[in-house]
Design a protein around this ligand. Sequence first.
Ligand code: XMP
Length: 507
Amino acid sequence: MDKIVVLDFGSQYSHLICRRIREFSVYAELVPFDISLEELKKLNPKGIIFSGGPASVYNNDSPKPKTGIFDIGLPVLGICYGHQLIVNNFGGKVKRANKEYGSSSLTVDNDSDLLFGMGKSIRAWMSHGDAAEKIPDGFDIIGHTESSHAAAIANKQKLIYGIQFHPEVVHTEKGTEILRNFVINICRAKQDWTIENFIETTVTEISKIDGNVLCGISGGVDSTVTALLIQKAIGNRLKCVFVDNGLLRLNEGQEVETMFKNNFAVNFTHINAKERFLERLKGITDPEQKRKIVGEEFVQIFTEFAEKNGPFKWLAQGTLYPDVIESGVSKGPASVIKTHHNVGGLPSWFNMQVLEPLRFLYKDEVRKVARALGVSDKLLNRHPFPGPGLAVRIIGEVTEKKLQICKIASKIVEDELVAANLNDKVWQAYAAVGDDKAVGVVGDERKYGHIVTVRVVDSIDGMTADWTRLPANILEKISNRITNEVEDAVWVSYVISSKPPATIEPQ
Ligand code: XMP
């Protein structure tokens, strides 16, 4: 497969460059900015892109690529900070300029290759504090803005290009076209990154491994796709375990089992461990303690399964590309944002090798693979659900009664949003319950019951979220149904806090 390598100099948009390139079916991979030339050559890329980044080239400790990178003979495109690195490297001059942030008009001076098809000018997104003052020998200016006379430069002989703006963000008009000009016309990369191709090469790779594989199933897309790919490769040497901890959504355990048994020829074990989890959670009210207990119990059950059904050489996980990057595994400057449990935190006794077939995929790509493998839309469209399940949606101790309230009320919220055609439009929607009680009147009797809290949020990625302005008639219907149909629920409240400062889950 032809490949473009993106050196990550720490821009918040570095991932976007890869995503845009993959959109036109060329495989792109993000690597640390200081990748050795040897490792880089091993990747055998068709071209190199330097991402933007927050540093200034004239700071001594600013990140630089390894010396000799321009001598490999591959086309290079520098974006923003990457553009300045190129100017600096070839003897031009970068100066501190007035901060230019937002949309600028880029006048096209030469549309023969990188800026082919751009017309006379485009809207370009700038985000920088430095600018190229003097361009190096051998380079031509191919585009300028009012404040940046060398906003796009080219050395057509060496195939080295620099642009001050960000083609990867949607605010840059025809930005994807600029990346396409570089990747396809200049680097001559083949457009062979397709979902079918991914499935075929991944299955071929996995089929070469020996030993048995253990895969935990959560009922979500990532673990389902992981299992299906491995099953295609090694059949019955894969054993999937679905641990039903009793903290799932209403009927979810049964639905996951039915989906697997009816649709996929996967070796599937459903372990009903509700009693064990509830026993360990008895009397526990601290949220972090609850999370810890749920995690520990999962590991314990896995251990027991592995001892009885092993040996297993491999543990399969549905780790995705952003998890790998965020965990600092890439060692780029954007690293160490968080240590993801999948990547960083396996218990030491887990003496197995880790198999992560999705580690180079983004979520939208996993969804496409899922579709190609026959995963139903119902599962694909399910809202995200926290690993510790309802333990974090039940405030205070987890009891049977609160579990029932939480499950049935959440189902009512989901059903009403589905009926109003809103369920696919919101990020998450559920009901939570704690120990707060209020007085209601049922028939002629005064009743002291639970307050149920409904939370519906809009979000792009779960990192920030806004509370959904649901129409009053839908809120009314949800409230009526919860107080009528859920035993012991007398009040319904709706959360009007966004993230930040609130979080999406109550705990
Ligand atoms: P918060 O509550 O932090 O949640 O705003 C952000 C997103 O992450 C989900 N979430 C979790 N997912 N394990 C998970 O796999 C967890 O412990 C966990 N906690 C929160 C949450 O549902 C939301 O989509």
